[in-house]
Design a binder for this molecule. Sequence first.
Ligand code: ADP
Ligand code: MG
Length: 555
Amino acid sequence: MACGIGLSLLNPQVIRYFIDTAQADGPMRHLVWAGVFFLGIGIARQGVQIVSSYLGQDVGWRATNKMRNDLAYHCLNLDMGFHHAHTPGEMIERIDGDTTSLSNFFSQFVLQVIGSVVFLAGVLVLISLEDWRVGAALAAFSCVAFLVLNLTRNIAVPIYTAERESYARMYGFIEERLLGLEDIRTNGAIDYAVQRFHNVNNNVFARVKRSELMSEALSAITGVMFALGYALAMGMGIWLYNEGTFTIGAVYLVFHYTSMLREPLFQLSRQINELQRATAGLKRIEALHRIETSILDGTEHLSRKTGSEPLGVTFDHVTFSYNPEEIVLNDVSFSLQPGETLGLLGRTGSGKTTMTRLLFRLYDIQSGDIRIGDQSIGTLKLDDLRRHVGLVTQDVQLFNATVRDNLALFQPDIADDRIVHTLGELGLGAWYDRLPDGLDSEITAGSSGLSAGEAQLLAFTRVFLTDPGLVILDEPSSRLDPATERHINVAVERLLEGRTGIIIAHRLETVERVDDIMILDQGRVQEFGRREDLVRDPASRFSKLLQAGFEELIA
Ligand SMILES: Nc1ncnc2c1ncn2[C@@H]1O[C@H](COP(=O)(O)OP(=O)(O)O)[C@@H](O)[C@H]1O
Ligand SMILES: [Mg+2]
């Protein structure tokens, strides 16, 4: 940067020498050398500029990549409630968009601002060396210009913030509509969705317009101020020439230097603009960082002696609600011995899925205690807890990645033969053999090319690979046809061997082999007991269900 500035300041001196030498009928040789020197400086300056931009960008991206990682990690650990409240599109804009605006800031700002200030100072010093009065006048002018620019700074920040926010909303909107494309299409709502999109776009447009206008206004202010400075230098130069103090070369030099004030002043105003954008981004990033999860990580390790030992579960007077108005689980107590399987029944909305979420501490309970083994889950390290509890739901989320990554969930240290072996055990051997590139075959997002049963079995494989001590199956087969379901049931049995299990079921066959039955009704335990006892007791709700058929339960 120093080199670049030095070279830029040197060039007008060469021109001044050229003009004065030419005017004094100096030797041709000197003029030619001055020209060569001038060109050499110009080329060297370009080289220096490339190097300094490269270094600036390098610092900028390194810093913001680190920031982006930190922020992404932070957000991934925030409460589910936070993620329900923010669309993925909005998160993308906040994590990537805001940090990108900072990257420009990091890579350019320091370079440009310090560069411009030093450059400005250099120009003023060199002008002063010609004549201190011109130097003083232009220095005063530069100060005023800088102050005016600074004053406009705070006006613009909220406008830029609003612009960024409207972008975040737009991305959120697009993302949500694309996710719901099938529903939108089948309901014939495309035109309406597009119409709403127009509104969102218009909102972005209005805000961008405002912020662009603001930025133009700031530029205009710099422009007008610059024109005044130009007139000032020109007037003083002519006056000093008439007085006989300046040669034509000196007038030219001052004039040229003054025109060189334009660049740093514009850069400063642009960078102050950037600073405003970056401040807006930084404020939003800070606000995001300040949001804390209410789920605090525990300190204890899960004690599981042999590593493959099943884990018992106890709910002790558990009460939970997502929001204060509606209690979802009300004083739920039960205990499941290690290695046993619980069949969990209940109407839709009775709180079954909620119970599974609580076991993973996706939410914290309001009162009571949940224990795994004999440790309260609140005291356990979250990583530990989640590694030892497995979950399969009816929505299998497959990623646009290789089969290996989909099964090992991006964990690199699971051996290939273990994955292949597990696939074989779960009856996916034939499917695996058909894959073109084995475990390296790509699965496209949305699981096209996979049947629902296969997708479900892949989810089982995932859980198998982590070897959990407690497995939860949330209506895993409710979307499958009976033939596939039988296939799945074999896999379920394998999965539950030597593990504690909770099966949330819709069909009778699913709970045929469980040890305990629990019926949940509006967040309360309506019935809990050994399956065989309940079957034998004609007064039990479960045996009534067996007679009346399960449909009554689901209805
Ligand atoms: N993320 C959530 N935020 C607020 N309420 C929820 C949330 N998830 C579920 N609920 C409510 O909690 C109750 C129980 O839901 P859920 O556990 O999914 O029932 P089930 O799995 O038995 O069908 C329902 O009334 C549902 O509306
Ligand atoms: Mg459910």
